[in-house]
Design a protein around this ligand. Structure first.
Ligand SMILES: N[C@@H](CCC(=O)N[C@@H](CS)C(=O)NCC(=O)O)C(=O)O
Length: 249
């Protein structure tokens, strides 16, 4: 079987697909594309959309985490990403959909917003992409960063709204862990979808205190002990009306 997984560094969606392939023990080649130019490379590789993760398996092209999870269960049914029992399957599908449609956007928007405002975050991205002279690369990548922030609605207003919603989102993740729908020892499509988003959020140093003592933190760190970063002080004080979180000024 000739399988390639197209990813970019730091992508939590790509990390979700990698975890699924590893769980299934599907031998594959990981193709790391350059962040920002990846939509172009993906189209040149024959994909319709411009997002990672993208999977090519014996000529079939599958894009997006939720399509990849279903394709993988079709390709090699055991071990399963979706339980067979209908009620259990429904719970995993609902949690996966929440992870993909609600939670996933939050760290993506935080990161894209931070890329535009904080040169250190652009340098982090340049280093993760192994671009030489990250300082210079960061300057050159700025227009692309602005483009992607607009594309994903990563403006001030949305970021402030997500910051305010964060405790509620973490409560929901905790509840899923506590109910055993997801968990480090509950490998399924929802677990692999949700853990990378939580792990990416944990990488924002100012947000880490929000996670303290939460099942969601233990869950994310257990599945993904390492994540490129960290992203230090980026959110202004006035936006962090979340108790005693550290702020930028
Ligand atoms: N919901 C999709 C989202 C994938 C996605 O947006 N991936 C980002 C990287 S994390 C990307 O490639 N974005 C490119 C773009 O927005 O054009 C999934 O779960 O696969």
């Amino acid at each position: 079987m000739d399988t390639k997984l197209y990813v970019i560094p730091l992508s939590h969606a790509a990390a979700a697909a990698r975890l699924m392939l590893e769980y299934k023990a599907v031998r594959h080649e990981r193709v790391e594309l350059l962040s920002g130019l990846h939509p172009l490379f993906l189209r040149l590789a024959g994909f319709r959309g411009g997002t990672v993760p993208a999977l090519r398996s014996d000529g079939r092209r599958i894009q997006g985490t939720t399509s990849i999870s279903r394709f993988l269960d079709e390709l090699c049914p055991e071990p399963r990403l979706f339980p067979q029992e209908p009620a259990a399957r429904r719970r995993v599908e609902e949690a996966e959909a929440w992870g993909a449609n609600v939670l996933q956007d939050v760290p993506r928007r935080f990161f894209r917003w931070a890329l535009v405002r904080e040169p250190g975050v652009l340098r982090l991205l340049a280093r993760a992409n192994r671009i030489p002279l990250p300082g210079l690369a960061a300057v050159m990548m700025k227009p692309l960063a602005i483009y992607f922030a607009r594309l994903s609605d990563a403006g001030d207003e949305t970021v402030r709204r997500h910051l305010a919603e964060l405790p509620e989102l973490l409560d929901r993740a905790d509840a899923l862990v506590e109910a055993g729908v997801i968990g480090a020892s509950v490998p399924n499509a929802a677990t692999f979808q949700i853990a990378p988003s939580l792990r990416f959020l944990l990488n924002f140093e100012q947000l880490a205190p929000l996670f303290r003592d939460r099942p969601a933190e233990r869950f994310a760190r257990e599945l993904l002990p390492e994540y490129p970063g960290p992203v230090s002080q980026v959110f202004p004080a006035a936006w962090l009306d979340l108790g005693s979180l550290p702020s930028r000024d």
